[in-house]
Design a protein around this ligand. Structure first.
Ligand code: PMT
Length: 410
């Protein structure tokens, strides 16, 4: 079982939308979270605890007075364990109880006893949602720091249409992981990550070189996010003028060959390798010892292939979980999927690049692919995109490792 991802208590209360929370559990776990489901009595009339147990891989908690469960982890311990308490669906009764400070069952007790953030995802009939009592309770809870996600507009189970539907699972997960500072705290704990960043410089003569537009911003943002997620980070960087994130070990290199050598020197200790550097595929066959003179009308440079650090790390036996980048000007998804397979990677993050996107910009968007899945990380600052990508990588890393572990045990 993954025991280092962010720890989420998912409270499920008694609304028809309770069945949607099964998908929510799956999506949270996909992102690397450990999910402890806590159900109210009402929720149990809609979905069996056994079903939630199957999707969460944890025994569901549903009773404040369950002696056996309390002996294993008491409700106060559970409240301390959580990095986040997420209640989805949250009924009008649940919102009202919390506003009134009533701790009548395990879930409301946990919400009151935790120091972790609490997020409520209401789902109810549109008239109930608009009811002044409910709206006053919502405003009061928001004032106290409890966050609401939704409800959204659409068809309702009662046959009406309006604002009251529970937000879709994917949108809940994206919103939850937008607050990664706290959630990211554990997801890479104890792991070592090597990250490459920036461009390389391939010398032509003592004063000229071949390079590209990479600023290093994306790779440095990844290093900061991985470090914030608890990893020990080694950042192998080409020449850039970005500040090194605190706590990150930085190794400066210039050429593709130096990058290859530095990565391979440290890769044995790595659990993760993320290749964000824009490495020159070719380099001048030899570096002229003196500055080249202007002679003829044209000058031919003979270029030879540089070593591919990413492909070589992916080929290592017992090597790290390997994530590549694909910088594409066209057919982004198709070319990235091909690179994923050709280089034998665990995951690839593809971005469209050009004069005004990808390279040397403040923002980015990514399409991320792995064996049987893909996720789009929409346009945001490079640090937000990096935090989302690190959560995704942590989720896949833990999923792959727990699969391998259970295969070995089985
Ligand atoms: O640095 P910024 O200005 O913030 O810009 C970020 C970025 C656009 C450079 C970044 O998001 C990105 O796309 N990085 C990968 C750039 C690249 O070289 O992509 P590629 O499709 O050419 O290479 C595929 C993968 O192989 C990359 O992971 C690359 O690091 C790796 N590679 C390539 C060649 C080589 N010789 N060795 C490698 O390891």
């Amino acid at each position: 079982m993954n025991d280092s991802g962010p720890r989420i208590i998912l409270g499920v209360t008694g609304g028809i939308a309770a069945y949607k929370s099964l998908e929510l559990v799956r999506r949270l776990r996909e992102r690397g979270a450990q999910v402890q489901v806590v159900m109210t009595r009402g929720a149990r009339t809609f979905v069996s605890p056994v079903t939630f147990q199957a999707v969460s891989a944890r025994r569901v908690r549903d009773d404040l007075w369950d002696e056996a469960a309390e002996a294993a982890m008491g409700h106060i311990e559970l409240a301390r364990w959580a990095d986040l308490v997420l209640v989805a669906p949250a009924t009008a009764h649940c919102v009202g109880s919390l506003a009134a400070g009533l701790a009548g069952d395990l879930l409301t007790t946990l919400c009151m006893a935790t120091e972790a953030p609490v997020i409520l995802v209401p789902a109810m009939n549109r008239v109930m949602w608009a009811n002044p009592a409910l709206q006053e309770n919502r405003a009061l809870l928001e004032e106290r720091g409890i966050r609401f996600l939704g409800p959204v507009e659409g068809d309702q189970a009662c046959g009406e249409e309006g604002v009251g539907r529970m937000m879709e699972s994917i949108d809940i997960v994206n919103a939850v992981f937008e607050e990664p500072v706290r959630l990211a705290s554990q997801s890479l704990k104890g792991l070592t990550a090597i990250i490459t960043a920036g461009p390389t410089r391939e010398p032509i003569d003592p004063v000229r070189y071949i390079t590209n537009r990479s600023s290093g911003k994306m790779g440095f943002a990844l290093a900061a996010a991985a470090q914030a997620a608890g990893a020990k980070v080694v950042l192998v960087s080409g020449p850039v003028s970005v500040a090194t994130p605190p706590g990150v070990e930085r190794i400066d290199v210039e050429t593709a060959e130096e990058m290859y050598a530095s990565v391979h020197e440290r890769v044995e200790d790595a659990d993760l390798f993320i290749a964000c550097a824009a490495v020159s595929d070719y380099r001048p066959e030899s570096e002229a010892s003196e500055k080249l003179k202007r002679t003829g009308a044209t000058l031919n440079l003979e270029l030879i292939r540089s070593p591919d650090t990413l492909a070589s790390v992916a080929k290592l036996q017992d090597g790290p979980f390997t994530v590549g980048f694909a910088a594409e000007t066209q057919n982004v998804a198709e070319n990235a999927r091909k690179k994923l397979v050709r280089k034998g990677l665990d995951m690839i993050a593809a971005n469209k690049v050009g004069r005004d996107c990808g390279f040397d910009q403040e923002t980015n968007s990514l399409m991320v692919f792995w064996g049987d899945g893909d996720v789009e990380l929409e346009q945001a600052s490079k640090s937000v995109v990096a935090e989302r990508l690190i959560q995704l990588i942590a989720g896949r890393y833990h999923a792959v490792n727990s699969e391998q572990h259970s295969t070995q045990v089985g």
